[in-house]
Ligand binder design. Structure first.
Ligand code: DAH
Length: 342
């Protein structure tokens, strides 16, 4: 009985292999430690009749020696295979692998550049909420009660509360700044805006604008023109021309659309500018006195100019991107072409 058990353990030991430190440890627990099967054989000694003790002792000693010898063999084996794999892992003649680093998203780069240009001429940064109330998005900005921009086709309203909407432009931040600060005010408000539009190459329901506002004594239209003229040259290059086209916005009087000479053809006419040589980058004007008064600013003492530009629009012109949807598709083949603008 004992003999059979001992023989079984012996052949088990002979058949055991170890490839790594964990398997070595498992072997040690099973055949070497106090609680191992070999240890159990020794504990069994007290149940053996006296006359058999000597023979039994010899047998289990053999097992013990066998287990220890095998353990040493396995230790040597694992050690040498580790050494080998370490030297095999390192081929110092291999060229380094390419580390690919992320680029800056073109919209982020464009926004940063716009901020830089205006910060250098004394504009600070301001932000407002994307979920806005009717007062800040429309009423304070002098939108008449039945103005079409308030209607459902343009604005995402919050269900059950027509007073709350996703802001349709960053002009709402103008109102918030004027309500909370006294002139002189020179502020730039970049941010995300929402309109209920079908997504196409030229329009998206989520996009970005940057709003500018300058309110002080004696601010005139010449200041507006010069500021935007400076911006266009800094952003697009010295050769860029700027044109102001009379327009209408409820919150400015007079109002003007800002055009720059087409970046693609330099003004001679192509399909991007539809042959005109000019492309629109935003709207602007002198802040309507009603808007100043709505925000608690004395319109007899102060005047101001404001402008709003589309960041996607500017990025598209700067980088000659023809489809607005590329900005949000996260296709790395598109994104990896951009490096920060210097
Ligand atoms: N908020 C206008 C828009 O989204 C853009 C705009 C026009 C902003 C004239 C202005 C401005 O500040 O003076 O179309």
């Amino acid at each position: 009985m004992q003999q059979e058990k001992i023989d079984a353990i012996k052949s088990e030991i002979a058949a055991t292999d170890a490839q790594n430190a964990d398997e070595l440890e498992a072997y040690r627990m099973k055949y070497i430690s106090k609680k191992s099967v070999v240890g159990e054989l020794f504990a069994e000694m007290r149940n053996i009749p006296n006359e058999e003790k000597k023979a039994y002792g010899q047998l289990i000693n053999e097992v013990k020696v066998l287990a220890e010898e095998k353990f040493q063999v396995l230790i040597d084996k694992v050690n040498s295979s580790q050494k080998q794999s370490k030297t095999q892992d390192r081929d110092l003649t291999l060229p380094p692998t390419n580390v690919s680093v992320g680029g800056i998203h073109p919209l982020t780069a464009t926004r940063q550049r716009i901020i830089e240009i205006f910060e250098r001429i004394g504009f600070n940064l301001s932000e407002g909420p994307e979920i806005e109330d009717d007062w800040h998005n429309f009423t304070a900005l002098n939108f008449p009660e039945n103005h079409p921009a308030r209607e459902m086709q343009d604005t995402f309203f919050i269900e059950k509360n027509p007073d709350i909407a996703l802001r349709t432009h960053t002009s709402s931040v103008q109102v918030r700044v004027m309500e909370n600060q006294k002139p002189p005010i020179r502020t730039l408000s970049p941010g995300r805006v929402y309109r209920n539009e079908a997504i196409s190459a030229r329009a998206h329901c989520i996009f970005h604008q940057v709003e500018g506002l300058y309110v002080d004594e004696n601010v005139g239209f010449a200041d507006l023109k010069n500021t935007l003229y400076h911006f266009a040259k800094e952003m697009f290059g010295k050769e860029t021309k700027v044109r102001f086209r009379p327009s209408y916005f409820p919150f400015t009087e007079p109002s003007a659309e800002i055009d720059i000479s087409c970046q693609l053809c330099g003004g001679s006419g192509c399909n991007v500018c539809k042959g005109s040589g000019w492309v629109e980058i935003g709207g602007s004007g002198m802040v309507d006195p009603n808007v100043l008064e709505n925000c608690g600013i004395d319109s007899k003492k102060y005047t101001g100019f404001a402008f709003g530009m589309g960041i996607e629009r500017i990025a598209m012109l700067k980088y000659q991107i023809k489809d607005l949807r590329l900005f949000t598709e996260n296709d790395v083949r598109f994104l990896k072409q951009f490096r920060p603008m210097l």
